[in-house]
Design a protein around this ligand. Structure first.
Ligand code: ATP
Length: 274
């Protein structure tokens, strides 16, 4: 087994404090997760286990980070998969992959000697989307397998599995996924507001040599509509500008240039994908 594969089985180091903004999402998520930490309590009250949490929001807003922080918070191993991995030409292969994924999660938790695993499925809409005919049979089997696995999650087992899924298009999801006992907790993640943008900029520029003239408040003000991922990219681009100029520090000018650069890049991406 390769080293990188082993790493993916670890408990992530991401903490909720490493995520800028999203205070609402963080709070809701922490509340939902407390059952994993207090299984005795939930059992005492006869509360059925939480099986699925759906994170919904625009790209790059920290959904993956939230899922990793959830794993860190609950001391769970983190298994990452993407909905598109299950799309196969042959009927049944997707379903088999789903079964294997749950197996892998259990094994990983045992190997790490922890009692829970968080299975994160990005782009869940690819397998859990509303039906439109063409590839129906294959998609149905994959989705059904996922639902079967989730229905099979009970308490009092050696490894408690929690499925966290993410989508940018909740409107496309099949209602079957959102029924109680499945993804019955929906957490909405939004684009960061100004103060969240400032926090995210602080997080990502912290390891960089910032000049005294830098006003991150100003950068936060000028980046309306930016996602966390774009702010991370901006921080990186600014440092690249500084390095190219052989400037020892990242200045306000570099940051402002980086805003344009990130905006420009997005525009080019959009034009080429249309
Ligand atoms: P996608 O829907 O495209 O998969 P996502 O919502 O899962 O995106 P992440 O993968 O969590 O987004 O974020 C991508 C990167 O953007 C992170 O690794 C991080 O560097 C940065 N980022 C995004 N949101 C935040 C945030 N709230 N705080 C700090 N960094 C963030």
């Amino acid at each position: 087994q390769s080293h990188s594969q082993d790493q993916s089985l670890d408990i992530p180091k991401t903490r909720f404090e490493d995520i800028g903004g999203q205070s609402h999402a963080k709070k809701e998520l922490q509340e939902a997760l407390d059952f994993l930490i207090e299984p005795k309590q939930t059992e005492h009250y006869g509360i059925r286990p939480l099986k699925g949490i759906l994170l919904s929001g625009p790209p790059g807003t920290g959904k993956t980070l939230l899922a990793k922080a959830a794993a860190h918070y609950t001391h769970s191993v983190f298994i990452h998969a993407s909905g598109s991995e299950f799309v196969e030409r042959y009927v049944g292969v997707g379903a088999k992959r789903v079964r294997e994924l749950f197996e892998r999660a259990k094994k990983a938790a045992k190997k790490a000697r922890v009692s829970s695993a968080i299975l994160f499925i990005d782009e869940i809409d690819v397998i859990g989307g509303k039906r439109d005919g063409s590839q129906q049979r294959e998609y149905d089997q994959t989705l059904n397998q996922l639902l079967t696995e989730m229905d099979g999650i009970t308490t009092n087992v050696e490894v408690q599995i929690l499925v966290m899924a993410a989508t940018n298009r909740k409107d496309l999801l099949d209602d079957a996924l959102l029924r109680p006992g499945r993804f019955d907790r929906l957490i909405t993640v939004d684009l960061p507001d100004r103060s969240a943008r400032l926090k995210i900029l602080e997080l990502h520029t912290h390891p960089k040599p910032l000049a005294n003239d830098v006003q991150l408040e100003k950068v936060a003000e000028e980046t309306f509509g930016f996602s966390g991922a774009q702010l991370e990219s901006l921080s990186n681009e600014a440092a690249i500008y500084a390095m190219r100029e052989k400037s020892k520090e990242v200045t306000q000018k570099h940051l402002m240039l980086a805003i344009d650069k990130v905006m420009m890049g997005e525009r080019i991406d959009r034009e080429t994908s249309e």
